[in-house]
Every structure is written in C-alpha cells, then in structure tokens.
Design a protein around this ligand. Structure first.
Ligand SMILES: [Ca+2]
Ligand SMILES: [Ca+2]
Ligand SMILES: [Ca+2]
Length: 446
C-alpha cells in the first residue's frame, strides 16, 4: 500500500488586537465630550508623569538662547538639570482628544503642579514635525545624576529644533485663578520664526477649570475651529508636543519646567491614520506580507504628494502605518497573500472587515490586524479488512480506507487510494478540515 500521510501541526486561530493608542476618546459631546469641571483628569486621558519635588530634572538651561521665542535655535548642549520651584514644577500632565456632535476635534489637556499658589503660566507647544531623532526619551532617567542616556540627550537634543510656521502654543496664565486660554502661532520661515501676540479663545472654543485644591487644572480647546485650516490641501498633524511652564506670556519668557515625552499614544490631526499589524498562526512565524490600502469608490487615500498605497509587513507582529489619510467611509485593506499562507481575516478596531470596507475618521487611528494561517496540509489513512481471516481460495475480503483531513487547510480532492493488491473506489469530492471519506475495495483469494 502506498499513501503519504504527513504530520499535522496543531494550530489555534487567533485574532490579536494590538491597540497603540492608549488614550481613549470619550463619547462625542459638548467640549469634545470632556467635562471641564475641576474633577481631574477626565477618564480615558493619557497620563504622563514628570519628576517633581526636590528632584533636579532635565529641562532647558536658563539663558538668552532658550527664551520662548528663540529656543528652537539653541545649540546643544541646551538641556541641563534644573530644579524648578514648586509653583512651576509640573508633576503630571494628561492629554486626550475627542469630538463634539458636529464632528469638530477637541484637545483635552490637564496638569498638576507642586504648589497651589504662586504665579506661573502653562504653555503646551504643538509642532507638526517630530522632535529630532536625538531626542528619544525612551527609558532615559530625567533626574540627576546624569545617566549615559541623559548625557546623550544633553549633548545632542533640542526638543524645539524642528519648530516651523503654523506650529502653535496654548497658554494658560494660572496666576490669580484665570481661566483664559490664549492661542499663539508661529509664522515666518524656519528658523526665523515670529510668535504672534496670540488670540484669546472664545468661550465656545475653549473652557478651563481648576481643581478645588488648586493644584491641578484642565482645559478643552476646539482644534477644528481654532487651529486646523478651514480649506485643506494637506494634513495638519501634530508630531511633537512640549508641555511646560514659563514665567510669562512673551517671546522673552523663560522656561521653568518642561515635560519631555514622545506622547506616542496621542494622535492629534485633522486627517486619519491606519496602523496595520501582522498576526501569524502559529505565532512567531517569519515572512513578508504586502498589504494595500485603497478606497472602494476609487478616491485617493491622501493629499498630493501621495504616499505608497502598498506597504510590507515583516514577520509576526510586524507593523506599518499609513499616515495622513483623508476621512472617508469606503476604505479597504487587502493582502497579497504569500505562497504557503492563507488569509484568515482583516480585523479593524475589533470588527472583521475582510473583503469589506471600514471608516477612517479625522483625528483617529484605526488599528487593523491581518491574520494569516500558515498552510499545513496533512491526511491520515486507516485501512480495515473484513473479515480479518480467510480459509480457502475464492474467499472475498472487503477493505475500507478511512481518509481523514488532519491538516489545517481544505483538501480539494479527488480522494484516491492506491493499493498494490486491489483497486480502491473513493467517493467524489474533497475533504474539509477534519472531514473523513471512506474508500472501499475487495480482494478475492487466489
Ligand atoms: Ca473633568
Ligand atoms: Ca517637573
Ligand atoms: Ca520636567
């Protein structure tokens, strides 16, 4: 008898959700769904702690090159260890974004300082370009004494270096219980930038409140009406946020404390984004998996100049992001499935959208997972004789051959069994995973 039966690799299908945006938006509502009531923070906000108390922490050196209006031009080493006094020492900041009923995007930010009295101004800067690569704060202690990582930041990082026209700062003078929110905007050609005098945001566009003990404050700002261009030819996406405290609201004010953080879980944009992650079954497999993002209606996914619509995910858990996407409800994500693999599903924000469409919303990142099964075809065979013995020439022995699909992929068929003593007859058709077909034959004793 000749029949190959290969080993079976057991496997479990799994749709793995890999969210990258830790901050989660509230349900849409007034002020972006945020409750500016002094109860701080609102649920869902990203939390970013900063050294406080007596700690000396990394921040800009005081001096004429590091004033608010020119700090982007300061040459490293422009950071050093400083110990802000308690009224300007930030301990925690929080951030999030949300929507109102009209679809406007709102920014939520909140802060906590070491004192509940004393003058100070909160200034959150939002830059469209990322901080220089030298400003990777990941895993670096920002308190004195300096570690090698902190020394590297001091020697080569200026967090403001990529400031450009259109970047803006939100200023809140927290002296005297004020809840006025001012937006100031940079103009000019970098590095020769001018910071405008600022506009006081209308009550409909911004709201601020202190905590009852005055150690904390929170505010919401309508970015769609105050920051994002009304007529769009490109995306306004924030890639660098620098929260801090300053001594006054002028170009020549000094920084006192800053929060140096990549804020990787914040996505502030008037466009959308799709992040795609590979999940292999079994886990941990290698391979190259090209995925293509398109729109079923044929529209462009982004503004000119267009980005590549195909990116290649490498290995299990490999990920790629399609940034700066136009908001639309007809996006589709397809895979050019490599040989030896099956596409199991495309799951975006927890919904199976395989072969279908999904929405991309401004200010939100869609997290998609493309699940692939490594093909492991296998069959088993059990041969049975009836009767099991014979006594004379002319006796007829019946045989059955149970062929089972023990692999993880369907077998198209037809099923055939080759026996060197007789001719087996099999039912037509193939075998689903786990299914069995029984072939038969007879043999007359000679
Ligand atoms: Ca609140
Ligand atoms: Ca601090
Ligand atoms: Ca700090």
């Amino acid at each position: 008898m000749i029949l190959a039966v290969t080993a079976v690799v057991a496997s479990v299908l799994a749709a793995v959700a890999v969210p990258s945006i830790a901050a989660s938006p509230p349900p849409p509502g007034p002020f972006g769904g945020f409750t500016i009531d002094g109860a701080i923070p609102d649920a869902g906000a990203g939390v970013y702690t900063d050294p406080d108390g007596g700690a000396s922490e990394l921040g800009p050196k005081n001096g004429s090159p590091t004033k608010v209006g020119v700090v982007h031009k300061a040459t490293p080493a422009m950071l050093d260890f400083t110990n802000p006094n308690s009224q300007t020492d930030l301990k925690t900041v929080w951030m999030n974004t949300g929507k109102d009923a009209g679809g406007d995007t709102w920014l939520y930010f909140a802060w906590e300082r070491d004192s509940n009295t004393g003058s100070g101004q909160i200034m959150f800067e939002f830059d469209k370009k990322p901080a220089p690569a030298a400003c990777d704060y990941t895993g670096v202690s920002q308190t004195s004494p300096a570690t090698p990582g902190a020394t590297a930041l001091i020697n080569s990082c200026n967090p403001w270096a990529n400031r450009a026209a259109g970047d803006f700062v939100i200023v809140w003078d927290i002296s005297g219980g004020s809840t006025t929110i001012i937006k100031r905007t940079f103009s000019g050609v970098a590095p020769n930038l001018t910071l405008d005098a600022g506009v006081t945001l209308a009550a409909a566009d911004a709201k601020a409140a202190f905590s009852g003990d005055l150690f904390k404050g929170e505010a919401a700002v309508n970015l769609t009406s105050t920051v994002f261009p009304p007529v769009k030819t490109s995306c306004f996406t924030v890639a660098n946020v620098i929260p801090g405290t300053v001594t006054g609201n002028s170009d020549t004010a000094d920084y006192k404390d800053v929060v140096l953080n990549g804020f990787a879980d914040q996505y502030i944009s008037d466009c959308g984004s799709v992040k795609v992650t590979k999940a292999t079954d079994p886990i941990g497999q290698s391979g190259s998996f090209p995925v293509t993002l398109s729109r079923s209606g044929g529209g462009a996914i982004d503004f000119v100049p267009h980005q590549p619509t195909t990116q290649t995910l490498v290995n299990d858990k490999g990920e790629k992001t399609f940034p700066d996407l136009l908001a639309a409800n007809d996006y589709q994500l397809a895979e050019n499935v490599p040989a030896g693999w099956d596409l199991v599903s495309v799951v975006c924000d927890g919904t199976d959208v395989t072969g279908g469409t999904f929405s991309v919303v401004a200010g939100e990142e869609v997290d998609c997972v493309v699940n692939n099964l490594k093909r492991a075809p296998a069959l088993s065979l059990v041969k049975t004789a009836t009767p099991k013995t014979y006594s004379k020439v002319g006796d007829v022995i019946g045989y059955s051959y149970a062929v089972k699909n023990t692999g993880n992929v369907a077998f198209a068929g037809p099923v055939t069994v080759v026996d060197d003593k007789t001719t087996a007859t099999c039912p037509a058709g193939g075998l689903a995973v786990g299914a069995t077909k029984t072939c038969t034959a007879s043999y007359t004793i000679t």
